[in-house]
Design a protein around this ligand. Structure first.
Ligand code: HSE
Length: 436
């Protein structure tokens, strides 16, 4: 059978990994796909640069147009990242009848509806396993393995950089800044790590998971996003004393009034498997009504691990190439005309437990004032912890864990507590999920 010709946009870490995996496992891959899959052309910024992989038989070009318009190329693999001009290249490839494999979560989270609609109209596939959690086949699991289920919720550690930082802060008591510097020195965090640490990268990925879990359009603009830059080693240590770990979680839940879509630091019980995912690893917990909770764990980034997902998509696309488009797995798991406009819940309507840390003057009646504020707002207290004042200080840390309550009520409580004359400074709030 005629080999499948792949054009690669981007010859960076994942691009080189893709060439390496395709060549090292060529025999097994061809046995699975039914034909050879070979990279015939690639774009590179520097055509003369020494590469870690052999580029024999690969035509190097510095213009993406030479690949997306090449009639001999069957599948375009987009590994450049960013939104423009990649959006135009992907749309041009689709318009030319080419299938697309991409690792670009930002592009799909922001323009996925447009891209999938164009692909649907043209009858081509756009596969994106590598866009979420690197080598972990979570897209495959949600689009295919769990199709019998009504998905109830998903909670995932889907950014390795922040998980590494939080692991180092907990294990070594490091400050956020020191742990971030380590992540950068090890090459995990980008030189400008804003997308990682402010939760944007996780929100891109979560938005895609939410769409394929519930059969809704991609709505990144409605995701609530809060990163880890304000977290202190102190709160991580207090959480630990209470039996919890703090993780940056992406959570999407089917609630009565709509769908929750949120990324924020979260206390989770230390005994949960997912609480023990350390370093740069990723893990996604999916709760289906039939199967119950399932957990997917593995490397969320890296050359070969991400290439594993890219190549799996290449095999899938190759197998389905000649199938009637109607018979293929729909881009967003649900048939394109069956997407529902279930609303994304505003954050004020979301219910979570909370960790609140107050700095209180150690005087009679302080706790009575605080607990009255919570009671007036029907916020139920789960646990309380008062620490001893540190040497030379006249305020003490008080930690309150609440049962699940509406975010809007917690916001009001925080404002009222901060206004008390017996409370110093701001209240620290970290949301809490039992994941039971
Ligand atoms: N920057 C991402 C992370 C890797 O730290 O998980 C690729 O998505």
């Amino acid at each position: 059978m005629k080999p499948i010709n792949v054009g690669l946009l981007g010859l960076g870490i994942v691009g080189s990994g893709t060439i390496d995996v395709l060549s090292r496992n060529a025999g097994e891959i061809a046995r699975r796909a039914g034909r050879e899959i070979r990279v015939v052309a690639a774009t590179a910024r520097d055509l003369t640069k020494e590469r870690s992989v052999s580029l024999e038989g690969i035509k190097l070009v510095n213009d993406a147009a030479a690949i997306v318009n090449d009639p001999d190329i069957d599948i375009v693999v987009e590994l450049v990242g960013g939104i423009e001009p990649t959006r135009q290249w992907v749309l041009a490839a689709i318009a030319n009848g080419k299938h697309v494999v991409t690792a670009n979560k930002a592009l799909l989270a922001v323009h996925g509806n447009e891209i999938f609609a164009a692909a649907q109209k043209r009858g081509v596939m756009v596969a994106f396993e590598a866009a979420v959690a690197g080598g972990v086949p979570i897209i495959k699991a949600l689009r295919e393995g769990l199709t019998a289920n009504r998905i109830e919720w998903i909670a995932g550690i889907i950014n390795g950089t922040t998980n590494f930082i939080l692991s180092e802060m907990r294990a070594k008591g490091l400050s956020f800044e020191t742990a971030l510097k380590q992540a950068q020195a090890l090459g995990y965090a980008e030189a400008d790590p804003t997308f990682d640490i402010e939760g944007v990268d996780a929100a891109h990925k979560l938005t895609l998971l939410s769409a394929i879990a519930y059969g809704i359009p991609i709505q990144f603009d409605k995701a609530y996003t809060e990163g880890i830059s304000a977290l202190t080693a102190k709160d991580i240590a207090y959480a630990e004393q209470l039996g919890y770990r703090i993780k940056l979680l992406g959570i999407t839940r089917r609630a009565e009034q709509g769908i929750e879509l949120r990324v924020h630091p979260t206390l989770i019980p230390a005994k949960r498997l997912i609480a023990n995912v350390e370093g740069v690893m990723n893990a996604i917990l999916v709760k289906g009504d039939a199967v119950g909770p399932t957990l997917y764990y593995g490397a969320g980034a890296g050359s070969a691990a991400t290439a594993s997902a890219v190549v799996a998509d290449l095999v899938d696309v190759t197998r389905m190439l000649t199938a009637d488009p109607e018979q293929r797995v729909p881009h967003l798991a649900f048939q394109a005309d069956q997407l529902h406009n279930t609303p994304i819940l505003p954050m004020g309507d979301v219910r979570t437990g909370c960790y609140l840390r107050l700095r209180a003057y150690d005087k009679p009646g302080v706790m009575a004032d605080v607990t009255r504020i919570l009671a007036d707002l029907s916020i139920s207290i789960d646990a309380m912890l008062q620490k001893e004042a540190e040497e030379g200080e006249d305020v003490v840390d008080v930690i309150i864990l609440t049962h699940a309550s509406p975010e809007a009520a917690i916001n009001t409580a925080i404002k009222r507590i901060e206004a008390l004359a017996t409370i110093a400074g701001k209240v620290v709030r970290i949301r809490l999920e039992e994941l039971s």
